[in-house]
Design a protein around this ligand. Structure first.
Ligand SMILES: O=C(O)CCC(=O)C(=O)O
Ligand SMILES: [Fe+2]
Length: 243
């Protein structure tokens, strides 16, 4: 009874937070979360990839630790090699991750589901089939880490952003497309939650003001903190990098 009517199922319906922003609670199964945590540790310790690091922006170290697959992100641009790590290249985006990204969009934007979201622009549904993320940003938030308000705009594609959360719950701040300032909509992203933002909100400002320590499910394989995996299409052609 408890698990059938768990709080998460009753109080956290799938919602369109803002036009084109879909929050799908508990989208990942426990097994999928376990698998992603295992992969997270593998990626982080693989000497062939980009080591987890705290990128510097405007002379300040971010509190989040980042590694990435597909492309390296630094100084607001994508490159295939990381000069600061001896020219190392990121590990590739695995096929299963592309399929996961498509499944996420299918669940949020396909005709079936999208009819529920009256504010979702027309034409979003076509994205579910063609989404081919070529970058996965893998963020680790220690319990005190946060991420300032920003836009994801290094891409040359207007494909949606797919974001997966594992571990401690975070406060996610969805802003607006015009300024870093209010109006904001704050929501909680818990372990297993999916957030997709595209269409009219693809270039919204957003950030993570806070992680709520000790809120991960008891059986979570991540002892503390939060993993966020963000899948995007860069729209960049290989081998040329962004100038
Ligand atoms: O951690 C999150 O939920 C957001 C991450 C994010 O906005 C980013 O990596 O650009
Ligand atoms: Fe972002």
């Amino acid at each position: 009874m408890d698990s059938l009517f768990a709080d998460s199922e009753i109080n956290r319906p799938v919602r369109e937070i803002l036009p084109g922003v879909i929050h799908y609670p508990s989208w990942l199964s426990t097994e999928q979360q376990d698998f992603l945590v295992k992969k997270f540790f593998e990626w982080g310790s693989d000497s062939r990839g980009i080591p987890p690091h705290q990128p510097e922006i405007f002379g300040h170290k971010m509190s989040v630790r980042l590694t990435s697959l597909g492309w390296h992100w630094a100084d607001y641009r994508y490159t295939r090699q990381a000069a600061e790590f001896g020219g190392a290249s990121p590990l590739p985006v695995p096929d299963w991750m592309v399929r996961l990204g498509r499944a996420a969009l299918a669940d949020c934007y396909s005709e079936n589901h999208a009819s529920q979201w009256p504010r979702l622009g027309k034409g979003l549904t076509r994205w579910a089939n063609s989404f081919t993320p070529d970058i996965a940003l893998v963020n680790y938030y220690a319990p005190t880490a946060k991420m300032g308000m920003h836009q994801d705009k290094e891409e040359r594609s207007d494909m949606p952003v797919v974001s997966l959360s594992i571990g401690d719950t975070a406060v996610f701040r969805a802003g607006n497309t015009l300024t870093k300032t209010a109006p904001y909509t704050d929501l909680l992203l818990a372990s297993g939650d999916l957030l997709v933002f595209g269409g009219p909100s693809r270039f919204m400002y957003h950030g993570v003001p806070k992680v709520l320590p000790g809120t991960a499910p008891q059986d979570c394989r991540l002892d503390q903190g939060r993993i966020n995996i963000t899948l995007r299409e860069t729209g960049l052609k290989d081998p040329q990098a962004q100038r």
